[in-house]
Write a protein that binds this ligand. Structure first.
Ligand SMILES: [Fe+2]
Length: 194
């Protein structure tokens, strides 16, 4: 069997296993940890993800859909982020799990520490750092905050699983610690505002 059908089968199996976990437990910290371990195991099968099958980004980064569920379900992507790509601290509004295939990306995690009463203002504190590199991944809950930066001189290639497909993504909230400011992006949720 050529690689694409084997990859599709492996991605479908991952989503089935993840659904089993979520049905029993919901997206709890332990469930997200278990899902991360499954995604790392899939990313470790690097023969399923030959770079010849995935076009490089023109700049910054690119997401290649691998398996998108119907009925407002999850989205699994192969992500390629080029050296130098950075993202300011943000909260996706939905849980997310990453696992590296090649390269390395630094994820810094934050928590919001103000009371949220001042519109447009937010204070965040750094909690720690995870390096997503082969054999490793990261998991974040619906409103966890992270920033990202590709490390080194090679693209960071990995798998990303989101609780909603990117085309149906909630508002992403961006934090700018140097200005103690916050702004919310546009939601893609159908008939939902956030
Ligand atoms: Fe993110």
């Amino acid at each position: 069997m050529s690689v694409a059908p084997r990859r599709n089968r492996a991605c479908a199996k991952l989503l089935k296993d993840v659904n089993t976990i979520l049905t029993i437990e919901g997206p709890t910290p332990s469930a997200l940890h278990a899902i991360k371990l499954k995604l790392v195991a899939l990313a470790n099968k690097i023969d399923l993800f030959p770079m010849a099958d995935f076009a490089m980004p023109v700049s910054q980064g690119r997401n290649h859909p691998l398996a998108i569920e119907d009925d407002d379900g999850m989205g699994l992507y192969l992500t390629i982020n080029l050296p130098g790509k950075e993202a300011a601290p943000h909260d996706h509004g939905i849980w997310c799990v990453n696992a590296a295939i090649s390269g390395a990306e630094q994820h810094d995690f934050f928590r919001r520490s103000d009371d949220g009463t001042q519109p447009g203002k937010a204070v965040i504190e750094k909690l720690g750092t995870v390096i997503v590199q082969p054999g490793h991944g990261m998991a974040m809950a619906d409103h966890d905050i992270h920033s990202t930066a590709v490390l080194g001189n090679e693209p960071a290639v990995g798998l990303a699983l989101y609780g909603y497909a990117l085309a149906r993504f909630p508002s992403v909230v961006w934090y700018h610690p140097e200005f103690a400011s916050v702004r919310a992006g546009v939601s893609r949720r159908p008939s939902v505002t956030a």
